[in-house]
Design a protein around this ligand. Structure first.
Ligand code: NAI
Ligand SMILES: N[C@@H](CC=O)C(=O)O
Length: 815
């Protein structure tokens, strides 16, 4: 025998009911079954609303009742052929006549006791189960309607009645012996010995199903709902949550205690006692295996799921009075008598304070009853007034495999700490079945995602990117991520999502990540760009593993780095502004990144994607010392002076460098030597030298009148007037058999940046196009310097370098 229960969402409309019937018919081919139905979706709530309106004297209740009757009649019309409708139509009309009388009574005497309400809501299940039983019969399935009030006996605690299992089991068994056919049974309702209607409380229909499963010693119990089993976390908050294939009874109870809504622990008890497996299935995805809940503790992941609960307050009871051995029990007794549910308890070994997590809706009552209990102790200052802190959530990682297996708490709190989530209280039972913590509610989504990644997706890490600057490099980066996204997911288990985009004019955000394949162009329809708002929005989205990518050349954006790092968001940037400010600022940023435990990566500050900064950092970490750096550090300047040799006018060559994406947004930053000066400054600092801008002598190649041009376009116009001067410069060098190369040198704490005329034999003379070359003379590379050479500018090589830094962060945040 198999017991199958369908909830209201599964039978909300004729289409879903057809799906339910096909599931039933399919099961019947294999096994004897009994089916439990809840009321049609939304009916219980509507009945309660009508009762409330009637009690308050609001006559509109009659319209609602009529609509509800029409809804049921319509179900009959849609599910049963006209010739078979009369019995069921009569049944529905008689029930609604009874309801009309009932509500009229409530309207007159303005009374709505739990006893009355139990009777009111019983109509929901009686109507649905009867209609569906008749509809099944009309489809040729031999079925028999069973009003569970005939067989489930309870006490008279209306609203949450307790079952008398002895009587109930005997009645159910007898009924099943007497009648054949598929029993179609009302969920949720029962009756007292006197025949008064009662209900079984929250998730009562699941409970009905478990009661029948237990009484009939069923092989298994299936609960069909609108989600595919129990998920690893709340799918509304963790998009990567997935169905847990199997849970032990204990795990299922623990998960639901801390907020997983699919099952309710009390409903499982009857099935659990007889070790009957329970399967949670999705009516709308019947091929999905769902979750099996049984007595097995399987070897497998350390934890099975992460549950959460919001709107929690921290209630702290504190004072010397607690040192008295009985005080704790007095706290819990006071709360229990007031029916206050304690979600989590934490007490330090000093026993001087007890910290309780309690639903905010019950927190004031908790404070009141504890203070009443300790009235004299508070008066005599042996105890403080109970303090309340609101705005918290609880999270719990749950799994039987945590028992005896070290590492779970370390992994949990490392993931929370890394993501800047403050833990206000912690609890773990000696059963080691769960570790729970109280955290600020605004951090809930971030915490759940961080934990989900740490425990389930260590092989699948999500990086949440916020990109400022969608020009040449930013766009190339987006293209690359779009192309590589699938491969990264599959081969490197890294999922890169862009959630924020901005340029100098607009900004936009996407909770689920922009569709990079489709592309996204910021425009008037988006918000106006405001750096402060961009950072605030990023903080509010509060993702775990967030990365801020700055692909601008803006000082304003660089000025936001301290706040970004402060929020524990990593930074990747080709923008040199932050690292070429004062030495103090440079050191401060590094210190802050270290303190906050996040990465600040800027490999592309120098020589685009070439591995210069990482190499220097490795040399320094391994104890080497830089003696001299000689370098061609500007792809655009190298392109300009090597192309000039082909005979084109200087202004044309500069324009071509810009068109090829080698120059800065304003090419004067290159020609002035400023861009190269920033790079040698950064290299010097990476070589652990205290360098300031004043330590660099810079030769500018920007003619004076061009410097004052107000736009880049005007600059190009004016530059034409200097073509001859630059041609002459080249001629002079060529006459000596030399080449013009713009280079930087750093030695003895001083740097020089400028144009040099170099003999043809000099290694820099062979450089062409956007090539860079860096010669590192160090204590270990003394006779023959280390050489790094390759393209040092351009959209693709730079974006690839930025991309590599982003991936590096993904690998760093992996455990
Ligand atoms: N082009 C190259 O080969 C290399 C470039 N870089 C660096 O990459 C960065 C970007 O360069 P490109 O993409 O070529 O520049 P670009 O001019 O094409 O793009 C700059 C982007 O930044 C945005 N932006 C500027 N100020 C902003 C602000 N205050 N707030 C928000 N957005 C702002 C602009 O709207 C634009 O979308 C620069 O720092 C550059 O030095 C580094 C290595 C090589
Ligand atoms: N303008 C730079 C590119 C970025 O650093 C260069 O020409 O090398």
């Amino acid at each position: 025998m198999k017991i199958i229960k369908f909830g209201g969402s599964s039978i909300a409309n004729p289409d879903s009911i057809k799906q339910v019937f096909s599931i039933i018919q399919d099961k019947l081919k294999r096994q004897e079954i009994a089916v439990i139905f809840s009321a049609f979706g939304g009916v219980t709530e509507t009945l309660l609303t009508i009762a409330k309106m009637a009690r308050e004297g609001d006559q509109v209740y009659r319209d609602l009742l009529q609509t509800l009757e029409e809804k049921h009649l319509d179900m009959v019309r849609q599910l049963i052929a006209v010739q078979n409708q009369s019995t069921v139509m009569t049944y529905v009309k008689v029930r609604f006549n009874e309801l009309e009388d009932l509500f009229h009574g409530i309207y007159l005497i303005k009374e709505n006791s739990p006893r009355t309400l139990d009777y009111v809501v019983s109509f929901g299940e009686r109507l649905s189960a009867f209609i569906l039983s008749e509809a099944l019969t009309a489809k040729g399935v031999k079925s028999r309607f069973l009003d569970a009030r005939e067989v489930i006996r309870t006490n008279d605690r209306f609203g949450q009645a307790r079952v008398d299992f002895e009587k109930t089991n005997a009645l159910i068994r007898q009924y099943f012996l007497n009648y054949d056919g598929v029993k179609v049974i009302t969920g949720f309702i029962a009756s007292t010995d006197k025949g008064e209607t009662t209900t079984l409380g929250r998730s009562g229909s699941d409970y009905t199903a478990a009661i029948f499963a237990s009484a009939l010693e069923a092989d298994d119990l299936e609960i069909w709902t609108d989600v595919s089993g129990v998920l690893t976390s709340d799918p509304n908050l963790v998009y990567t949550a997935f169905t847990i294939p199997q849970l032990s009874y204990n795990e299922a109870m623990e998960l639901s205690h801390f907020g997983a809504k699919v099952i309710f622990p009390a409903t499982m008890q009857p099935a659990m006692k007889r070790n009957i497996p329970i399967r949670i299935k999705n009516t709308f995805e019947p091929e999905n295996a769902g979750t099996l809940i049984n007595g097995d503790v399987t070897n497998g992941p350390l934890i099975k799921g992460i549950s959460s609960m919001s709107n929690i307050s921290i209630v702290t009871v504190q004072g010397a009075a607690l040192l008295d051995g009985t005080a704790g029990s007095r706290v819990f007794k006071a709360l229990s008598e007031a029916k206050v549910n304690i979600v989590l308890i934490s007490q330090a070994s000093s026993e001087h304070s007890i910290c309780l997590a309690i639903k905010t809706s019950e927190a004031y009552l908790a404070k009141e009853v504890i203070e009443q209990e300790f009235f004299y102790e508070i008066k005599s200052n042996e105890m403080e007034e109970v303090s309340l802190l609101h705005g918290y959530s609880t999270i719990a990682v749950v799994g039987e495999n945590m028992k005896q297996n070290p590492g779970a708490s370390g992994r949990m709190f490392r993931a929370l700490g890394r993501n800047n989530i403050n833990v206000a209280a912690i609890a773990q039972g000696s059963s080691e079945l769960n570790i729970s913590a109280v955290i600020p509610q605004p951090d809930l989504q971030k915490a759940l995602n961080a934990l989900h990644e740490a425990f389930f997706l260590s092989e699948n890490k999500v990086l949440h990117v916020f990109l400022v600057g969608t020009g040449l490099i930013g766009k190339a980066l987006m293209r690359m991520i779009a192309i590589q996204q699938a491969k990264l997911r599959e081969e490197s288990e890294l999922d890169i999502q862009i959630h924020g985009l901005a340029n100098s004019r607009f900004m936009a955000f996407h909770e689920d990540g922009f569709d990079l394949k489709a592309g996204y162009d910021l425009s008037e329809k988006d918000q106006k760009m405001d750096m402060e708002k961009f950072v605030r929005q990023m903080e509010e989205m509060n993702f775990s593993n967030s990365v801020f990518v700055d692909c601008t050349a803006s000082q304003e954006v660089a000025d936001a780095y301290p706040r970004v790092l402060g929020a524990k968001v990593a930074i990747v940037t080709p923008n040199k502004k932050a690292n070429s400010g004062t030495m103090e600022q440079y050191l401060e940023l590094k210190k802050l990144a270290k303190k906050r435990g996040v990465k600040f990566l800027y490999e592309t500050n120098v020589a685009a994607g070439l591995p210069v900064i990482n190499t220097l950092q490795d040399l320094m970490l391994s104890g080497d010392k830089v003696i001299r750096i000689e370098a061609v550090l500007s792809g655009s300047m190298n392109f300009i002076f090597s192309e000039l040799e082909k005979g084109d006018p200087f202004s044309e060559v500069v324009k071509s460098a810009k068109e090829k994406g080698f120059t800065e947004p304003d090419p004067r930053d290159d020609l002035s030597g400023m861009d190269v000066a920033r790079k040698i400054l950064i290299l010097g600092r990476e070589a652990e030298q205290r360098l300031e801008f004043e330590d660099i002598t810079v030769q500018s190649m920007v003619p004076e009148d061009c410097q004052s041009a107000e736009s880049v376009q005007e600059f190009f116009e004016k530059l034409k007037g200097h073509d001859k001067g630059f041609a002459d410069l080249l001629k002079t060098a060529e006459a000596k058999g030399e080449k013009l190369r713009f280079m930087a040198t750093l030695e003895n704490g001083k740097a020089k940046v400028g144009l040099n005329s170099l003999p043809a034999s000099h290694p820099f003379s062979n450089l062409s196009g956007s090539d860079n070359m860096i010669l590192l003379t160090t204590e270990r590379y003394l006779d023959r310097p280390m050489i790094i050479r390759g393209p040092g500018a351009g959209a693709d090589v730079t974006a690839a370098g930025v991309f590599a830094d982003v991936i590096r962060i993904g690998n760093y945040t992996r455990e």
